[in-house]
Design a protein around this ligand. Structure first.
Ligand code: GDP
Length: 137
């Protein structure tokens, strides 16, 4: 078993698609270990995306991520990190495969509905950034 960190981003929550995405998560066999609705502050979004601080889209991305509530998730499954990235699809919804969440719910390379950790080290950092140990049982 492996755990990963996922976000249903503000574009999808605001469009009332969080339930549909959660349903797809459950159908795909992930166990929801922890879940919380949270409207991130700008500073919380900047801390989360600190690895992207030098990217040209950092300011726009952190604006977006603090523009409305997110659904924060800890997900568990065998090979969860890779499987969640596969279910999300490519960063740019226009390039994402049919049947992926970003294809079905994303609007643009920035407003792309979901986030997922890309490696065990980032999953550990991201799970710990948003959830306390007691929540991750
Ligand atoms: P991910 O791991 O697939 O989420 O992609 P990245 O780690 O490369 O980027 C983080 C997030 O920044 C993406 O999910 C998008 O919301 C946003 N993003 C990535 N690339 C771009 C870009 O070229 N332009 C803009 N405006 N946003 C981007």
């Amino acid at each position: 078993m492996e755990r990963t960190f996922a976000i249903i981003k503000p574009d999808a929550v605001t469009a009332a698609r969080a339930g549909a995405i959660l349903s797809r998560i459950e159908q795909a066999g992930f166990r929801v270990v922890a879940m919380r609705l949270q409207h991130l502050t700008r500073a919380q979004a900047e801390g989360f995306y600190a690895v992207h601080a030098a990217r040209p889209f950092f300011s726009s991305l952190t604006d977006f991520m603090s523009s409305g509530p997110c659904v924060l998730l800890a997900l568990e499954a065998p090979d969860a990190i890779k499987r969640w990235r596969a279910l999300m699809g490519a960063t740019d919804p226009a390039k994402a495969d049919a049947g992926t969440l970003r294809k079905d719910f994303g609007q643009s390379i920035e407003f792309n509905a979901t986030h997922g950790s890309d490696a065990p080290e980032t999953a550990a950092f991201e799970l710990g950034y948003f959830f306390r140990g007691l929540e991750l049982r």
